[in-house]
Ligand binder design. Structure first.
Ligand SMILES: Nc1ncnc2c1ncn2[C@@H]1O[C@H](COP(=O)(O)OP(=O)(O)OP(=O)(O)O)[C@@H](O)[C@H]1O
Ligand SMILES: [Mg+2]
Length: 226
């Protein structure tokens, strides 16, 4: 369970202060698939960054289970994030010099896990994402949809408590978006908690719940009937 309590976030540029989050509170139970939607500039990405420890709110607090993650120091926060959160971004953020398989195994290798073990896990995930023939391709040799599925594989190999995705389909055409959404739905069926920011209503409705953000506040929060 992730609990956000009345967080605010301002950005200061010289004397100009922009209030991006104006008091946001929410709870996400384990296993839920949540879509965060809203107009451009509403604060969706900013909200996701605070929840996932990529940034620190100006006030308010964030708990995962009973632990106040917003109170962790920088070193603890990095460790917590690596061990508990997975990330998917609009631009895939793969390392261009590494193959699909190497991109997925890198984090495990950096943490000292035996290569044969990480390779086996990564191959199994890539196969389940229908990418077995592409494991040795560089990102430049993959379509956008394939790159994004590789980035999801990389995000989930450590079995994160929460998978965060910021506009995962925004760079993809509708066929490729559908493939990526299928991957998300399959992961969700297996119990993965997912927080997905999107401006595409057709993908938002695939989630269990839609949270609408506008001008730095939640203006609507609905469970969808399945
Ligand atoms: N690091 C920053 N410094 C200054 N302003 C920022 C920063 N990050 C975000 N903002 C501002 O905060 C507001 C909300 O940005 P955010 O990226 O959260 O919006 P969004 O809802 O994700 O929009 P989009 O749909 O375009 O991605 C915007 O006005 C943006 O310019
Ligand atoms: Mg955004």
């Amino acid at each position: 369970m992730i609990t956000v309590k009345n967080i605010t976030k301002n950005f200061t540029n010289g004397t100009v202060v922009t209030h991006v989050l104006r008091g946001v509170s929410l709870e996400i139970p384990d296993g839920q698939f949540v879509a965060i939607v809203g107009p451009s500039g509403a604060g969706k990405s900013t909200l996701m960054y605070q929840m996932s420890l990529l940034d620190t709110p100006n006030s308010g607090s964030i708990f995962v289970d009973d632990r106040e993650i917003s109170a962790l120091n920088d070193t603890e926060a990095i460790k917590y994030r690596l061990e508990n959160f997975g990330f998917v971004f609009q631009d895939y953020a793969l390392i261009p010099e590494l193959t699909a398989l190497e991109n997925v195994t890198l984090l495990g290798l950096m943490q000292g896990v035996d290569y044969s073990i990480v390779k086996k896990e990564a191959t199994t995930i890539l196969e389940s994402f229908n990418l077995l023939n592409q494991v040795d391709h560089l990102p430049s040799q993959l379509s956008g949809g394939e790159q994004q599925r590789v980035s999801v594989a990389r995000a989930i190999i450590k079995k994160p408590k929460i998978l965060f995705a910021d506009e995962p389909t925004a760079s993809l055409d509708s066929d490729m978006s559908a493939q990526v959404m299928k991957v998300f739905l399959d992961l969700h069926k297996k119990g993965q908690t997912i927080v997905m920011v999107t401006h595409e209503e057709e993908y938002a409705v695939m989630a269990d719940r839609i949270i609408r953000v506008k001008d730095g506040r939640i203006i609507d929060d609905k469970m969808l009937k399945k």
